[in-house]
Design a binder for this molecule. Structure first.
Ligand code: GDP
Ligand code: IMO
Ligand code: MG
Length: 423
C-alpha cells in the first residue's frame, strides 16, 4: 500500500476512523502523530461499536502494529482506561501498541485549566473538548512539559511533578480552583506508569526501521484541516498541526518516505465547537439530527451541520497535497430533493474563490451555491460505483472535480462493507 497519510479535510469527524479501519487491511502499522484524547474515531465491526480516542484505529485488526507517536499529547489515565476498555472487549493491546517515550503528557492540571479557561471565556468560548489539549501543548512549547519518558522514570519523576504541581496550583488558585494534591497525583501517575511501561519505546527509531524493512505505514490524522493551529480558523482550532505535515514531525518519519495523502471528507459539512461556518444550515442539521446522526463521539454534543463547502475542501486539498479523497456519509443526503454545493463566497459584494485568512472575513462570507438534483433513494446498499444512482455519482464527481483530487473511496454507511472502492 506504501506509506499513506490520512487527514480530515474539514473540521474533524469526517469518518476517518472508519476509513482507517478499512485501509488498515492493506497496512502493517497505523500511527497517531498529533492531537490527544480530544479525538473520537468511530469504528464498527459487526455489531460492536468502538470509539477510539488515543489508540490508533488499527488496533482492531489482528496482526497490525500501532504507534502513538511523539507528537501526540497523552493523558496517561485516559490511555490506561481506553486500553482497559479494549481488553474488556477482547482486543489485544500488549505486543501491538507502541507508545513514544517522547510524547508529552496531559496532566490533571491541564484538564482543569482547559475547563477554567473555557468557563472564563463566556461569549468567546472555543468549545473545546475539555481534554486538556491546549494547556498540554502550551507546556510543550514553553518547555515546561512532562513526557512519557519522565513518567516511567521512577527516580526523577516525583521531583519534576512536584515542581509542576506547585506552579499549576498557583495558576489554578487565580481561577478559584482547589489545589491538586501532589501525593494523590503522584500515586495515580505511578499506577498508570506501571501499566504503560511495557508499551514505551523509541518509536522514531522503531518506525524508521520498520519502513526500511518495507513495512507499510498508515498515518491516522486526528481532527481536521480547519482545526489546524496554523491553517485553521484560529482561534477556533485545536492546538496541533492536523494537516499532512504534522504526520512527519509527529512521528519522526521524513516527508520523502511518504507516498500518498488521502483526504477524508463528508458529503456535507459538520463542525462541533464554536467558530465561523459559512455553509451552516439549520434545515440540514435538523434532518441529520432527526435521523439520530451527527452527535459528537467524544462529548456527545450535537454537531453543527451545513452544505458541502468546496472552497474549504479545495484549500484543504492544496495544503495537504491530497492525491486521493474518500467521501463518507453519502447516505446522509439520500432523502433530499435538491442539494447545494458552495463553489465560491461573496464578501462585501466581491466574489472570492479562496478561503480568506481573516476569521472575521470568513464569518462575513456568503456562500455562492451550485444546486444539484437529489437522488431520493437509499445508497446504503450500494457496493460498486454502478450501484449508485446517477444523481449521487454526479454529486460525487462534482465534489472531486472542485477539489482537484481523485475520488478513491465512497462510504455509504458506518459498516466495513458499506464502502465503494473506485478503480
Ligand atoms: P472521525 O473522528 O473522523 O473518525 O469521525 P467520527 O467517528 O467522530 O464521526 C463519524 C461518524 O459517522 C461515526 O458515527 C461513524 O460511524 C459514522 N460514519 C462514517 N462513515 C459513514 C457513512 O458513510 N455513513 C454513515 N451513515 N455513517 C458513517
Ligand atoms: P476527531 O479526530 C471534531 C474541536 C473542538 C473545539 C476545538 C478545540 O474525532 O475528528 P480541543 O479540545 O482540541 O482544544 O478543542 O477543536 N475538536 C474536534 N472537533 N473532531 C475532533 O476530533 C476534534 N478534536 C477537537 O470541538 O472546537
Ligand atoms: Mg470524531
Amino acid at each position: 500500500m506504501a506509506n499513506t497519510i490520512l487527514v480530515g479535510a474539514q473540521w474533524g469527524d469526517e469518518g476517518k476512523g472508519k476509513i482507517i479501519d478499512v485501509l488498515t487491511e492493506q497496512a502493517d502499522i497505523v500511527v497517531r502523530s498529533q492531537g490527544g484524547a480530544n479525538a473520537g474515531h468511530t469504528v464498527i465491526v459487526g455489531d460492536q461499536q468502538y470509539i477510539l480516542h488515543l489508540v490508533p484505529s488499527g488496533i482492531l485488526r489482528p496482526r497490525k502494529q500501532c504507534v502513538i507517536g511523539n507528537g501526540v499529547v497523552v493523558d496517561p489515565f485516559a490511555l490506561v482506561e481506553e486500553i482497559r476498555m479494549l481488553e474488556e472487549l477482547g482486543v489485544k493491546v500488549d505486543g501491538k501498541l507502541h507508545l513514544s517515550d517522547a510524547a508529552h503528557l496531559v496532566m490533571p492540571y491541564h484538564r482543569l485549566l482547559d475547563a477554567c479557561r473555557e468557563t472564563r471565556r463566556r461569549g468567546r468560548k472555543i468549545g473545546t473538548t475539555r481534554r486538556g489539549i491546549g494547556p498540554a501543548y502550551a507546556d510543550k512549547a514553553a518547555r515546561t512539559g512532562l513526557r512519557v519518558m519522565d513518567l516511567i522514570d521512577e527516580e526523577r519523576f516525583p521531583a519534576m511533578l512536584k515542581e509542576r504541581i506547585r506552579e499549576n496550583n498557583a495558576v489554578l488558585k487565580t481561577f478559584g480552583e482547589k489545589p491538586l494534591s501532589y501525593a494523590k497525583v503522584l500515586a495515580d501517575c505511578r499506577a498508570a506508569a506501571e501499566r504503560l511501561r511495557p508499551l514505551v519505546t523509541n518509536t522514531v527509531v522503531w518506525l524508521n526501521r520498520q519502513i526500511q524493512r518495507g513495512k507499510n505505514v498508515l498515518f491516522e490524522g486526528a481532527q481536521g484541516t480547519f482545526l489546524d493551529i496554523d491553517h485553521g480558523t484560529y482561534p477556533y482550532v485545536t492546538s496541533s498541526n492536523t494537516t499532512a505535515g504534522g504526520a512527519c514531525t509527529g512521528s519522526g518519519v521524513a516527508p520523502n518516505r511518504i507516498d500518498r495523502v488521502v483526504g477524508v471528507t463528508k458529503a456535507y459539512t459538520t463542525r462541533v465547537g464554536e467558530g465561523p461556518f459559512p455553509t451552516e444550515s439549520e434545515e440540514l442539521g435538523d434532518l441529520l439530527h432527526s435521523m439520530g446522526r451527527e452527535f459528537g463521539a467524544t462529548t456527545g454534543r450535537p454537531r453543527r451541520c451545513g452544505w458541502f463547502d468546496a472552497v474549504l475542501a479545495r484549500h484543504a486539498a492544496m495544503i495537504n497535497g491530497m492525491d486521493e479523497i474518500a467521501v463518507t456519509n453519502l447516505d446522509g443526503l439520500d432523502t433530499l430533493e435538491r442539494l447545494r454545493i458552495c463553489v465560491g463566497y461573496r464578501l462585501h459584494g466581491r466574489k472570492l474563490d479562496h478561503v480568506p485568512a481573516n476569521l472575521h472575513d470568513l464569518a462575513a462570507c456568503e456562500p455562492i451555491y451550485r444546486e444539484l438534483p437529489g437522488w431520493r433513494q437509499s445508497t446504503a446498499g450500494a457496493r460498486t460505483w454502478k450501484d449508485l444512482p446517477a444523481g449521487a455519482r454526479r454529486y460525487l464527481e462534482t465534489i472531486a472535480g472542485l477539489m482537484g483530487a481523485k475520488l478513491r473511496i465512497v462510504s455509504v454507511g458506518p459498516a466495513r462493507d458499506q464502502t465503494i472502492f473506485l478503480d
